[in-house]
Design a protein around this ligand. Structure first.
Ligand code: CP
Length: 313
């Protein structure tokens, strides 16, 4: 495998989940694989889980890690070909990506959607710029439209927690005061297409995700009806896709509560705003899987790094 940019780079989700679970059993079993190799993490946006779990996974594989908060510490990047760079941007992606490639064996990038312009976000300029100009493999640590490491961790968590042949899994929108990207929801939807499950999406009118991604998946605007007999409920806020990047409303009735959850297990990628997105009682109760999801971030990225290292050795 050359890059890990989206769920499309997974050739067999069950095999990857199985391999990740084996790594979880023996995290340092491949300590020699990454010896002498360097992973460079470039953050254009904040992180807790992605940053620490990726470092931990790389260390489990014997890699050295360099981290740069590119968004606040790097030069502002230009992406346009042929641009006369006489304004604020000091460095072109062409040089930046090639230069970073001189210092590491794998580069991982986090660059969120700006949520101002749909076409700009969907162009994935940072991730695709590195893919085009870097000479080393590129890993997506959450881009404008996808968070494939989170979705892989969620698949691991589902495999560990599910005991039914075809569980009912609901992706439910929740209120949030800020406009958030669609990346987590998009990748969760893509991952669910690879699962044998009854999958339903629920959100208020106006919060439809990119129809190209959700085509054929049942959508239920009545949250209560969608949650009936659910085994797993994945809660996430996202801003409007149609009225791009807007917060259309913050209806508190959509917050997840113990009553609504019923007997289902609760999932969320974190960070989460307590008593806005989900009630304290859910997060503090025995049905919440959020800490296991965060733990599985390590083994998700570890299987990705392992496959890239095996391909490059
Ligand atoms: N879920 C997730 O990606 O967490 P961070 O933003 O803290 O990395």
């Amino acid at each position: 495998m050359k890059h890990y940019l989206s769920l499309k780079d997974i050739d067999s989700l069950p095999d990857w989940v199985s391999e990740a679970r084996q790594l979880k059993e023996k995290p340092t079993a491949y300590k020699n694989l990454g010896s002498g190799k360097i992973l460079c993490l470039l953050f254009f946006n904040n992180s807790l889980r992605t940053r620490l779990s990726t470092q931990k996974a790389a260390m489990n594989l014997g890699m050295d890690v360099m981290v740069m908060n590119f968004g606040s510490e790097g030069w502002q990047l230009e992406f346009e070909d042929g641009k006369v760079m006489d304004q604020g941007k000091s460095e072109h992606i062409k040089e930046a990506a090639q230069v970073v490639s001189q210092y590491c064996d794998i580069v991982a990038i986090r660059a969120f959607a700006g949520l101002k312009d749909k076409l700009t976000d969907e162009a994935e300029m940072v991730l695709n710029g590195f893919k085009k100009y870097a000479s080393v493999p590129v890993v997506n640590m959450e881009s404008s439209v996808g968070h494939p490491l989170q979705a892989l961790a969620d698949a691991i968590t589902l495999a560990e927690q599910n005991s039914k042949p075809r569980p009912k899994i609901v992706l439910s929108w929740a209120p949030h005061p800020k406009a958030l990207p669609h990346a987590v929801a998009n990748s969760f939807v893509a991952m669910m297409r690879l699962q044998d499950a009854e999958f339903v999406i629920t959100h208020p009118i106006g919060y439809e995700l990119n129809p190209e991604l959700t085509k054929g998946i049942p959508l239920e605007y009545d949250q209560e009806r969608a949650l009936e007999n659910a085994d797993f409920v994945y809660v996430k806020n996202w801003s409007s896709y149609t009225d791009y990047g807007k917060v259309l409303h913050q209806d508190p009735d959509w917050m997840m509560t113990s009553k609504k959850l019923g007997k289902a297990k609760f999932m969320h990628c974190l960070p989460v705003r307590r008593n806005v997105v989900v009630a304290d009682a859910v997060l503090d109760g025995g049905q919440s899987l959020v800490i296991e999801q965060a733990n599985n971030r390590t083994y998700a990225v570890q299987v990705v790094l392992k496959k890239i290292l095996e391909g490059s050795n």
